[in-house]
Every structure is written in structure tokens, then in C-alpha cells.
Design a protein around this ligand. Structure first.
Ligand code: F3S
Length: 416
């Protein structure tokens, strides 16, 4: 691989051991994936950040980098952690986990992370522009950055994204290159798509079929919003490994079908049709509960944006969460601050909902939901619905549907 003089000096250790170690990792990866050179990145987002999901070995690695003077040289944000700093006791999180998470987060701060613990950094101002080379982890954020923003990233692991944050470089391969960003599969959508859950179902269905290829959607309505595109990408990254999709007339690299496919033309076997039946079947597949009972409603996977907070606040306004149900909404601190200023936080909390910051259940200690006595969880997120039955050792039941349906369940305690 060709390295510039500065990059060679990094590799030789002239800029210290964290830079050297990071450069070794990037060069190794670049060679494996056939990159001819590295390119500069302007932004990284780190998948990980939870001491529970990442584990002690990751913490030791981050500690070593921090103690040896490692510093992030580009804007770097971080995925959710294992605790809400205020509600952790109510959520059944242990004292040990609380302490370990604070220590782990402190190391990231020392490295120079913009401390946010969110999986939607693009909602809080960490928003790369079209064509910008970045090194992001977190599958839903990668899909959003590549597809909706038109930035360029591969699905980075935690160590490679950290290495990019320390060196400001990434191997020039995969989705950093034009030729790999063209569509490979045509998805003809005639389904009626209204709520984020419809888009999540669409993504869940298509992801399973296309796996790691680039799908091009034709028929997504022009009034689709960013939250719905977020739900689409998050779900495709669950059943497939989709890091980039195009929606003709909507996403920046797909203003026309020709632009989306470039020189590639999908054959007959690479055309998928999706109508209302596929959406309905996928929703049924993700709804594993056979009763109408609900005892917990989870919203905010990926973390809620301010517009999603607005929708929830309006649906709840002046009403009360049923005594048999809990409502948890996951989001970031800046979104909470904004929601507080414009009254959404108050409306949600007065109704009895909990706004939980900087974390999500999938970053927690095992079996917390079951230990808190929850049996049936409702959600508007296909990603959550996929994970709920496999969370911990107890098989939790799930209802999956629109935000409105979830809020109705919060108010009545029944899934209708
Ligand atoms: Fe984000 Fe957790 Fe969902 S990291 S995408 S809220 S599983």
C-alpha cells in the first residue's frame, strides 16, 4: 500500500505508540481489502461505548490508548452506554455497572470524544456532508450517513474506527469508492408506507433478501421524512448487512434511476417487488405475542429525534400512561434539552413516560427487562422487535406496530 511520508512516520512510531498501533491496524485492514492507499477522514463515530456490550478487554484497550497519550484528531462521537445517569437504579442497573461505565466513558472523554452516547449522532449536529470520507461504526448510523447524507463510510468496527479517530485516516476501499456505491438490486415498492414501522418492515424484508448488496428503491413517496429513512436503514442492517441504499428521487446519489445504478444494470433475478402483503407479513413475523397484553412500550431505537419526540408528546398530550404499563423513550441529551425547551419533555413526563438518555436496553446487563418483571414489550422499531425475543435468557414477547399504535397501548395497556 502506498503511504505518504507523514503516514510512514506514523507507522514507524514517530508520533507515539497509539498512532503507530492504529496505523498498523489500518494498513493491515487496507491490505486485506485491497486498498491502494489511505484517505483522510473528517469524522468518526464509534460503535460501542457500553462497558457491558464491549467488555473488559475493550476497556483495557481504550485505557492503554488513553494512558499512552492517544488523542482523537477528528470529530468523534460515541454509541450509547450501559447506563442512564439518572434512572439507572430504577432500571435495575447494578452499582458495579454504573461505576464501570463512568470509568469507561471517562477514558473516551480523555481521548477527545464529543461525549454524547447516542446512535444518532447526525441528529445532534455531527452531520457529515455529501461525499465526505468518514469512518463510522453502528450499523444504523452507517446506513444513514451513506444513504441519506451521501457521506462515505464502510461499516467500521470499534477498533478500526478508533484507529481512524487517532490517525485521521481510513483505507480507501469499499464504499469510499464510486464503483462500489452503485445499486445492485432494484426494489419496486407499491406498498402504502405511512409510519416509521412500515419503513422498518420494508427494510427488514429487503435486508434479508439483499444481504450486503446495495438496493435501489423505486416508489418511496417523495414526502418520506428523515426518521422514516432512518427506520428503513436500521432494519436493513439487522436482517442484512446493508451499509448503503438508494431511494430514487430522494437520496442524494439517486436523483434518477440511471444515476443510482451507474454502469450496473440489475438482471431479472435482482428485482424485488414489495406490496402491502410483504409489509403485513413482516409485521406479523416481528409480532411474536399472541395476546393483547402489553406491560412495556419502547420507543427510540435508533434514538429519537426531536420530531419523533414531538409526535409522541402530541399523541400523549393531556393523557395518562396506564398503571399496568411503562413507557420508555430512548434519546440523547441534546434532544432532551431541546424537547425540554419546547415543552415535549414536560408533556411526556406529565403523562407518565420516562425519557431515558445515553443508553438503550441492548447495551445493558443481561435479563434486566425480565428482572423488572416485563413479559410483553411493544415497539415501533423493527430493529428492537428483532432483538426483544432474544434478549436475555427469558423469551420476551413482542408487539410491533406504528408509533400511534404503541402510544395507544401505553394508554390502554392493550395492543389493538
Ligand atoms: Fe441505537 Fe440501541 Fe437501537 S444503539 S439503534 S437504540 S439497539
Amino acid at each position: 500500500m502506498h503511504l505518504t511520508r507523514e503516514e510512514s512516520e506514523m507507522l514507524e512510531g514517530k508520533l507515539g505508540s497509539p498512532v503507530q498501533k492504529s496505523m498498523e491496524l489500518l494498513v493491515r485492514f487496507g491490505e486485506i481489502y485491497g486498498a491502494e492507499r489511505l484517505t483522510s477522514v473528517s469524522s468518526t463515530h464509534l460503535v460501542g461505548g457500553s462497558i457491558i456490550s464491549d467488555g473488559k478487554a475493550a476497556a483495557l484497550y481504550v485505557e492503554e490508548l488513553a494512558n499512552k497519550g492517544g488523542k482523537f484528531v477528528v470529530n468523534t462521537t460515541l454509541d450509547p452506554g450501559a447506563i442512564d445517569p439518572f434512572y439507572w437504579r430504577d432500571l435495575g442497573i447494578s452499582e458495579e455497572c454504573f461505576r464501570d461505565q463512568l470509568a469507561y466513558s471517562k477514558l473516551y472523554k480523555q481521548l477527545g470524544t464529543i461525549m454524547c452516547h447516542t446512535c444518532t449522532p447526525y441528529d445532534i449536529g455531527h452531520t457529515p456532508r455529501m461525499g465526505e470520507h468518514i469512518a463510522w461504526g453502528e450499523s444504523s448510523a452507517v446506513a444513514f450517513a451513506n444513504s441519506v447524507l451521501g457521506a462515505r463510510t464502510n461499516r467500521e468496527s470499534a477498533p478500526t474506527a478508533i484507529a481512524s479517530a487517532i490517525t485521521g485516516r481510513v483505507p480507501l476501499c469499499g464504499y469510499h469508492l464510486d464503483q462500489n456505491r452503485y445499486g445492485a438490486v432494484k426494489v419496486l415498492v407499491s406498498a402504502n408506507l405511512e409510519d416509521g414501522a412500515d419503513y422498518g418492515s420494508l427494510g427488514y424484508f429487503v435486508g434479508e433478501l439483499v444481504q450486503d448488496q446495495v438496493p435501489v428503491f423505486i416508489g418511496i413517496p417523495p414526502y418520506v421524512n428523515a426518521d422514516q429513512l432512518k427506520a428503513l436503514g436500521a432494519a436493513m442492517a439487522v436482517t442484512g448487512a446493508v451499509a448503503l441504499y438508494h431511494a430514487v428521487g430522494i437520496t442524494p446519489e439517486a436523483q434518477t434511476e440511471e444515476k443510482a445504478f451507474g454502469p450496473k444494470r440489475p438482471g431479472e433475478s435482482n428485482i424485488i417487488e414489495v406490496d402491502d402483503r410483504e409489509i403485513r407479513t413482516t409485521m406479523e413475523k416481528l409480532s411474536t405475542s399472541s395476546t393483547d397484553e402489553v406491560d412495556l412500550v419502547i420507543l427510540g431505537c435508533p434514538h429519537s429525534s426531536i420530531s419523533e419526540m414531538k409526535d409522541i408528546a402530541e399523541l400523549l398530550s393531556g393523557r395518562k400512561v396506564a398503571s399496568s404499563v411503562e413507557l420508555w423513550i430512548f434519546t440523547s441529551v441534546p434532544v432532551i434539552a431541546y424537547a425540554e425547551r419546547v415543552g415535549y419533555k414536560d408533556a411526556i413526563e406529565k403523562a407518565g413516560g420516562k425519557i431515558i438518555r445515553e443508553t438503550c436496553p441492548w447495551c445493558w446487563e443481561d435479563r434486566i427487562l425480565s428482572r423488572l418483571g416485563h413479559k410483553t414489550v411493544a415497539t415501533n422499531s423493527a430493529k428492537s422487535a428483532n432483538y426483544i425475543p432474544f434478549y436475555g435468557n427469558d423469551k420476551l414477547m413482542c408487539h410491533f406496530g406504528s408509533t400511534k399504535r404503541c402510544v395507544d397501548a401505553v394508554l390502554s395497556g392493550k395492543w389493538r
